[in-house]
Design a protein around this ligand. Structure first.
Ligand SMILES: [Zn+2]
Length: 114
């Protein structure tokens, strides 16, 4: 039961539209915005990150074959939120106030709004 709670919080640390930096893999160090969060798979889709080219075979004589670019989801653990204030990849903390739970940057203590 407790495990589920932790997972929930971890997902909430990142929101659609957040700027994140990739911590490992072929796009290590690159930054991008979160396009989608796949809560079930614990993955995120980040703009221009983890892209793969795929060759589509032509289906008919008239249709040319084409190369499309696919953006594959990344495991949530390999991205870190980029703080809008100090512009560093950071860990997200939570603070509770009158308006509810708010996210904040653990480096500069700035509140992170979406
Ligand atoms: Zn910060």
């Amino acid at each position: 039961m407790k495990k589920i709670e932790i997972n929930k919080i971890k997902i909430k640390k990142l929101k659609k539209g957040d700027e994140v930096q990739v911590l490992s893999g072929k796009d290590k160090g690159k930054k991008g915005k979160i396009e989608a969060i796949l809560t079930k798979e614990r993955k995120v889709v980040v703009t221009n990150i983890n892209q793969y080219k795929r060759h589509l075979k032509r289906r008919s004589q008239n249709q040319p074959s084409e190369i499309i670019t696919l953006t594959k989801p990344l495991p949530i653990g390999v991205v870190a939120l980029v703080c809008p204030k100090c512009h560093l990849p950071t860990r997200v903390g939570f603070k509770k106030d009158k308006s509810g739970m708010n996210r904040f940057c653990k480096k500069c203590e700035a509140q992170i709004w979406i």
